[in-house]
Ligand binder design. Structure first.
Ligand SMILES: [Zn+2]
Ligand SMILES: [Zn+2]
Length: 401
C-alpha cells in the first residue's frame, strides 16, 4: 500500500488554515508502525474509527507559504513545527474545549475520533501540506532546521519525564537508547541534576551516546539485566524455578521507552517496592505481562503519550515551548542524533536505515525536501523493493502515537 505519489495542491478549506512547505522531517517509530502495519487488530486504539487516509511525518520543520484570512499569530515565511493534530478541539476551532484540551493535553482530546468537516491533506513526508493554523507553532530563529525536527520528540521526552519527575538522590533507569531515550536522559537531568540515571542500550555505540547525553551507567539488553540492576541499586536477586527471577530493591523509577513485552516485564520487576514504571514506548500488540509487582510491590504503572502543559520555574508552558527553551539554553542537545538524510525519492533506503539500526547505526533518519526530484521518482509499491525486509517487525520506540 505504500507508494510515493503526486497530489495536486488543494485549496485551503477554511480561513483558519495554512499551507506549509516542508524542509526537513524526521522518521518516527510511530511512522514505521504504520508503514509496516505493525498493529494487532485487538488493541484498544484499533476500535476507534480510522482516518480515510493517513499522511506520515509529524517531526517536520517547514515554512508557511499561505495563510487563510482568519489566521492570526502565523505569517507567510515563518518557520513552523507541527504541534497538534488536526482533530483536537483547538484545531476544529471550537470555543468550548473538552477537559483534556482545556488542561492543555491535546493528544488526549475527547473529540479526536469525531468526524471532521475538513481532513488535513499531506504530512511531513511530502513537499507541502495544509492544516489548521492551531496545529502549528513558530520556531525561534536560534534553532536550526536540524534542531527543529527534534522539538516534537523532545516534547514527548519532557512530558514523559514530568509523568514522574525524579527526586534528589533517586535512581532512575531509561530502557531504550534511541532519539526519545537520549532526550529523556537529558530531560531527567534537567529536572533533577542530583539523580542517578542509568540506561539500557541494544548496541555498544548506543551506550556510548547515552553516556555522552548524561547517563551515568549503561548496560546492554544482552547483559544479565537482573545482575546489573542489583549492582547499580544495591538490590537483591532471587531465583525461582524455571529461570523465574525477582529483584527486591531496584530503581525508584523506570522509563520503558521501548515498551515491548520483554522490556515492560523487566521494568516491573526492576522497580523497587512503591516505585513507578512509566510506559513511554508504543507497542500496538497485546502482551503477556506479569503484573503481580503492581500489587505485590505496589509498583505504579503509568503511561505517557505525546505532550501536554507543565509548570516550569513558575510558568505554565507547553512541552513544545519548554523543549524549544531547553534546546536554546543547551539543557537539551541534539548534536549527533540526526544520522541520516535522504530525499523523498529514496524512501525505501530511508526506511531501511531507520529500521536496521545494527547495520546503519542510525539514530534519527530524516527526509530532506530540498530540490525534490519528484517527477523522476518511481511510483512503485514498496513490496517491489527487493531489499527491504517488509515482513520484519521493527522494534521501534517513541511515545507519540
Ligand atoms: Zn514522533
Ligand atoms: Zn478536545
Amino acid at each position: 500500500p505504500l507508494h510515493l505519489s503526486i497530489l495536486p495542491d488543494p485549496p485551503l478549506p477554511r480561513p483558519d488554515w495554512v499551507r506549509v512547505q516542508n524542509r526537513l522531517c524526521g522518521i518516527c517509530g510511530s511512522d514505521l508502525h504504520q508503514i509496516f502495519l505493525d498493529t494487532g487488530l485487538d488493541v484498544a486504539p484499533v476500535a476507534l474509527p480510522a482516518h480515510r487516509r493517513i499522511y506520515l511525518g509529524h517531526e517536520m520543520v517547514g515554512v508557511v507559504t499561505e495563510t487563510g484570512a482568519a489566521v492570526t499569530g502565523l505569517s507567510v515565511g515563518e518557520r513552523v513545527v507541527r504541534w497538534g493534530r488536526a482533530n483536537d478541539c483547538r484545531a476544529r476551532g471550537l470555543a468550548d474545549l473538552c477537559p483534556p484540551c482545556r488542561r492543555g493535553h491535546r493528544v488526549l482530546c475527547e473529540r479526536a475520533s469525531e468526524p471532521l468537516a475538513h481532513e488535513p491533506i499531506g504530512g511531513g513526508f511530502g513537499d507541502s501540506f495544509i492544516t489548521p493554523a492551531a496545529t502549528l507553532l513558530p520556531v525561534p530563529d536560534a534553532l536550526s532546521d536540524e534542531q527543529a525536527i527534534f522539538i516534537e520528540p523532545a516534547a514527548v521526552a519532557i512530558h514523559a519525564a514530568f509523568r514522574r519527575p525524579p527526586q534528589a538522590g533517586e535512581r532512575v533507569l531509561v530502557i531504550g537508547c534511541g532519539t526519545v531515550g537520549y532526550l529523556l536522559v537529558q530531560a531527567l537531568r534537567a529536572l533533577q541534576p542530583a539523580c542517578h540515571i542509568a540506561a539500557v542500550a541494544q548496541f555498544p555505540w548506543q551506550a556510548d551516546l547515552a553516556r555522552r547525553y548524561g547517563a551515568g551507567h549503561v548496560f546492554l539488553a544482552g547483559d544479565d539485566g537482573f545482575a546489573e540492576v542489583a549492582r547499580l541499586t544495591g538490590g537483591k536477586v532471587y531465583a525461582g524455578r524455571g529461570g523465574n527471577r525477582m529483584l527486591i530493591g531496584g530503581f525508584d523509577v523506570v522509563f520503558d521507552v521501548v515498551g515491548v513485552e520483554t522490556t515492560l516485564n523487566h521494568a516491573l520487576r526492576w522497580t523497587r517496592a512503591g516505585g513507578t514504571v512509566v510506559l513511554v514506548g508504543v507497542h500496538l500488540h497485546r502482551m503477556r505481562l506479569d503484573v503481580t509487582p503492581v500489587w505485590y510491590q505496589e509498583v505504579s504503572l503509568v503511561g505517557a503519550v505525546g505532550h501536554d502543559v507543565q509548570e516550569w520555574e513558575g510558568e505554565r508552558l507547553s512541552s513544545f515551548e519548554l523543549a524549544m527553551r531547553w534546546m536554546q539554553s543547551g539543557l537539551l542537545t541534539t548534536g549527533g542524533l540526526l544520522t541520516h538524510r535522504f530525499p523523498l525519492s529514496e524512501y525505501r533506503q530511508a526506511f531501511r536505515a531507520a529500521v536496521d539500526k545494527a547495520q546503519f547505526r542510525s539514530v534519527k533518519v530524516a527526509f530532506r525536501m530540498d530540490n525534490l526530484p519528484i517527477s523522476e521518482s518511481p511510483n512503485l509499491p514498496i513490496s517491489e523493493s527487493p531489499n527491504l525486509p517488509i515482513s520484519q517487525s521493527p522494534q521501534t520506540q517513541g511515545g507519540c502515537k
